[in-house]
Design a protein around this ligand. Sequence first.
Ligand SMILES: *[C@@H]1O[C@H](CO)[C@@H](O)[C@H](O)[C@H]1NC(C)=O
Ligand SMILES: *[C@@H]1O[C@H](CO)[C@@H](O)[C@H](O)[C@H]1NC(C)=O
Ligand SMILES: *[C@@H]1O[C@H](CO)[C@@H](O)[C@H](O)[C@H]1NC(C)=O
Ligand SMILES: *[C@@H]1O[C@H](CO)[C@@H](O)[C@H](O)[C@H]1NC(C)=O
Ligand SMILES: *[C@@H]1O[C@H](CO)[C@@H](O)[C@H](O)[C@H]1NC(C)=O
Ligand SMILES: *[C@@H]1O[C@H](CO)[C@@H](O)[C@H](O)[C@H]1NC(C)=O
Ligand SMILES: *[C@@H]1O[C@H](CO)[C@@H](O)[C@H](O)[C@H]1NC(C)=O
Ligand SMILES: *[C@@H]1O[C@H](CO)[C@@H](O)[C@H](O)[C@H]1NC(C)=O
Ligand SMILES: *[C@@H]1O[C@H](CO)[C@@H](O)[C@H](O)[C@H]1NC(C)=O
Ligand SMILES: *[C@@H]1O[C@H](CO)[C@@H](O)[C@H](O)[C@H]1NC(C)=O
Length: 792
Amino acid sequence: MVLRFYWTRMFLVLLVGVGGIGAVIYAIALLLNLGSVTPGLQTSADNDYTKYVDPFLGTENGGNMFPGVVAAPFSMVKLGPDLTNGNADAYSGYLPEGQIWGFSIMHESGTGGAPKYGVVSQMPVLGDVPNPLIDLSQNRSVSDSAKVGYYKSSLVSGIDIEVSATEHAGYYQYTFPSGSSSSVVVDVSHVLPSFRGLGWGQGYAGGYFGISDDGSAYEGYGVYNGGWNLAPNWTIFFCGHFDQAPMSSKTFIGEGTTIHSYGDNLSTNTTYRHGGVFSFSQSKVASRVGISFISSAQACQNIASEIPPNTSIQTLVSRAQTRWNQQVFSRVTTSETNLTILTQLYTYLYGMMLIPTNRTGENPLWTSNEPYYDDIFTFWDLFRCGTALMHVLQPSAYEEQIRSLIDIWRHEGWLPDARSSDYTGRTQGGSNADNVLADAFVKGVRGMVNWLDGFNAMKTNAEIVPPNNFDAIADDSSTRQGRGALSDWKDYGWITPAFTRAVTRAVEYAVNDFSLYQVASGLGFFADADRYLIRSRNWRNHWNPAQTSFNSSGYLVPRDANGTFVCGRCYWAEPYYEDTPWSYSFNAQHDIYHLIALSGGREAFIERLETFFTPNLTRKNAAYGHTLFDPANEPAFNTPYLFNFVGRQDLSVKYSRSIAMNFYNTGRGGIPGNSDAGSMQSWILWNMIGLYPMTGQTTFLVGSPWFKYLRIALGDGKTLTITSRGGNRNSAYYVQSLKVNGRSWDKAWVTWEDVFAHGGTLDFVLGDEPALWATGTLPPSPASDESPSVFW
Ligand SMILES: *[C@@H]1O[C@H](CO)[C@@H](O)[C@H](O)[C@H]1NC(C)=O
Ligand SMILES: *[C@@H]1O[C@H](CO)[C@@H](O)[C@H](O)[C@H]1NC(C)=O
Ligand SMILES: *[C@@H]1O[C@H](CO)[C@@H](O)[C@H](O)[C@H]1NC(C)=O
Ligand SMILES: *[C@@H]1O[C@H](CO)[C@@H](O)[C@H](O)[C@H]1NC(C)=O
Ligand SMILES: *[C@@H]1O[C@H](CO)[C@@H](O)[C@H](O)[C@H]1NC(C)=O
Ligand SMILES: *[C@@H]1O[C@H](CO)[C@@H](O)[C@H](O)[C@H]1NC(C)=O
Ligand SMILES: *[C@@H]1O[C@H](CO)[C@@H](O)[C@H](O)[C@H]1NC(C)=O
Ligand SMILES: *[C@@H]1O[C@H](CO)[C@@H](O)[C@H](O)[C@H]1NC(C)=O
Ligand SMILES: *[C@@H]1O[C@H](CO)[C@@H](O)[C@H](O)[C@H]1NC(C)=O
Ligand SMILES: *[C@@H]1O[C@H](CO)[C@@H](O)[C@H](O)[C@H]1NC(C)=O
C-alpha cells in the first residue's frame, strides 16, 4: 500500500518536562550535618566508605532522593520521614522544608511523576491524643541528620526520633521529654498524597489493625492504590512491637477527621481510617516494625529474624554500614583524597542502588524459584547507561534482576518498563526492557537466565499490541506495557499522529527492534534477526531532510496525512516526549553512521552536535545555560559522547566534562534533575570512570577518567583498573594517549571483551590540549549500511 503524506512543519519548542526542574548549582563542598550525628555510632568495617556518603545529596531541586535508612542495596524497607509543606509533592516522603507528619517504612527514591508509598508509619506526639485523625504534624527544632543506616529528627515538641532498619524491618528509637507522657500514633490510612492534579494520587482503601493482649504489639495490613503507575489495590502487612509496656493502648476508627470509635479494642477489617494510639510514661521507647507483602505472620517473622528483642540501634547502623561497605563501596577504590570527589563517588554509588527493590520471597502474586524485583523507575530512564553500570558494579544482583524481569513476563505476559507495588505501569516511549535484556545478552550474562524465554518476552513487545489501559492523559493506546503504537510501526514503518508521542516511540521502537536483532542473532534465529534489523532502520522514515533549525537541516518529525503539526509543550500527548526534536534526532544509537549521512556528513554532524551544546542559543532553560541540550533529563544522555563516531573524541571529553562539572556536585542540589532511580548518578559515574556504554552493544566509548587510579572489582576476582597521569580533573583532561591491557590503543572505544569480560587495564595520559590519538577504526554502527570511511 502506498500512502501519500506530507512532511509536517516542525516547531522547535524547548520545554521543561517531568524531569526538567530548575537546578541551582551549588559550588559548596559540604558534608551536610554529618558532623552532628550521635557520637558512638561507629562502623566495624575496616575500610569505612560510608563516611563519604551524604544521604541528602540530590534531595533538593527536583532530585527527589530518599535520605532515610536503606539497610542494604535494594532493601525492601526504606524508613524515613514524611514531610508536608503546602501543596508540594513529597516524592520520596522527604521535603527540605515543612512539617513531619510521620516516619513510614516504604518509600521510593529519586522518582518523579507522583509520590508512591509512604505507608506503615508511626508518629510520636507529646501528651495524650484526643483525636489521632487531625493534623499531628510537627516542625523540627534543628535540621535532620543522616548517615548510611541512620536518620534523626528533632521535633519542636521536644521529641527526638532516631531510626535504623534491616531489609524487611524498621527500628524507631524515641526520646520523649521527661516528666510528661507521650504517645505513638499508628495510622493505617497514612500514605503520601499528590497535589499535581494529574489523577496520579494514591488512595487508602482500608485495612486491619489489632492490638496484642498485653497492649505492646500490633499487627494488621493496609490496602492502597494509585500513584504514578496507576496501580489497583495492593496490600502491605505489618507487625509492630514496643520495648516498653504502654500505659494505655487504644484503637480508633474514623473518617476524615471525625472519630467514630476510639478506645476499645476495635480490631477489625474496615475501609475507614483505622489504627492505634500507644501512650507511654517512659522517656526512652523503642519500636520494631516488620513488613511483608505476604501476611502479617511473615511480617512478624521478618522482625523476629532480623531485629530480635533488645537489638540496639548501634548494632543496626553498624550492620547496615558493613553491608554497604562490603557489597558496594569496597568494590570501587581509588587513590583520590579530595573529600568533595570522594563524596561524589560514594554518594552516587549509594544513590543508584536504593531501587529497584529486592522482593525475593515477598511476591504475593505467584510462587517461583526465580528472584523477584519491584520498583523499576523506569527503563526509559535507566536503559541508556544505568543498567549497563549496574551490570558492571553488581553482577550478581543484575543477573537476579534480569531473571526477575523474564519471570514477570512468564506470569503476566509482558515485560515492565516501570513497576511498583507489584503492578506494571507507565511506558513512556518504547518497550525499553528489550534494550536491557539485549545489553545483558551481548555482554554474556547467562548464569540461570533462560534466554529463550527472554527472547520470547522481547518478541511479545515486538509483535503483540498491548491492550489499551485508556490512560486519561494519553488514551490512544497502552501506557502500561509493550508498544502501544505497534500497529502503525508494523503497518507503515512509522507512527502516525493517531498515536501520542509518535516520534519518541518511533525512534525508541527502532532501538528496541535492534535489541531483538542482537538477541535473535546470538540465539541463531537468523530469519528473526534479519527482519528486526530491517525494522530497526524505520526510524529513518521520520526524517525530513528539508526541516531546518539553527543552520542544521534534517530532523525527525511527525508524519501525518495533512501536514499540520503543533507542539505546544511536548509531553504525553505530543510527538516528542519530555524533550525536543533536536534531542530525539540524535537518538538512533544503533544506526549512527546513517544518522551522520542524513545530517550531511561528518563536518555537518560535528557542527550540529556543537550547536546542541552552545550556551545562550535559546531563551529557555536559563538554569541550564540556555542550551538546546537539557542535562536534567535522559533522552540526551548519550549525545555528548557521539563525537567519538566522527573522530573527535576530544570534543566528547570537552562537552561531557563540562556537563559533569557544571551540573553535578556534592550538596542537596547535587544532581540536575530527578534522579530517576539512579539514572543521573549512573551518568556521572560513567563520566568519572572515563567510559560510556552503548547499551545493547558491546561498545564502550572512551571518555576521560577523573582519577589517577580507580579500581573496580568486577566479581570472580576480575578487576578493571583505570589510571591516568599528566593531567588534572579541572582543566588538563584531554586524552593524549591510551593503553588498553598494556598495549597502545588508537581507537576511541573498547568492547566488553577488551576490559570487562576478563578484567583489564586502561592507562591514560592526559593533558590540557586536545591531541590526535584516536586515529584508528571508528566505533561500530551495527545497523548502518555506510562504512565510516565515507566520512573521511
Ligand atoms: C511550622 O513552622 C512554620 C514556620 O515557622 C509555621 O508557619 C507553622 O505554623 C508551623 N507549623 C506547625 C504545625 O507547627
Ligand atoms: C479497592 O478496595 C476497596 C476497599 O476494599 C474496594 O471498595 C474497591 O472496590 C477496591 N478496588 C478495586 C479496583 O478492587
Ligand atoms: C483485641 O481483639 C483481638 C481480636 O478480637 C484479640 O485477638 C486481641 O487479644 C484483643 N486485644 C486486647 C488487648 O484485648
Ligand atoms: C481481616 O483481617 C484479618 C487479619 O489480617 C484476616 O486474617 C482476615 O482474613 C480478614 N477478614 C476479611 C473478611 O478480610
Ligand atoms: C531484653 O533486655 C531486658 C532488660 O535487660 C531483659 O530483661 C530481657 O530478658 C531481654 N529480652 C531478651 C529476649 O533477651
Ligand atoms: C577538591 O575538588 C574540588 C572540586 O574539583 C575543588 O574545588 C577543591 O578545591 C578540591 N580540594 C582540594 C583540597 O584540593
Ligand atoms: C535478594 O533477596 C534474596 C532473598 O532475601 C537473597 O537471597 C538475595 O541474596 C538478595 N539479592 C541481593 C543482590 O542482595
Ligand atoms: C548560523 O549561520 C550564521 C551565518 O553563518 C552564523 O552567523 C550563526 O552564528 C549560525 N548559527 C548557529 C546557531 O550556528
Ligand atoms: C489534519 O489531520 C488531523 C488528524 O490527523 C485532523 O485532526 C485535522 O483536522 C486535519 N487538519 C486539516 C487541516 O485537514
Ligand atoms: C550567556 O548569557 C549570559 C547573560 O547574558 C552571560 O552572563 C553569559 O556569560 C553567557 N554565556 C556564554 C557562554 O556566552
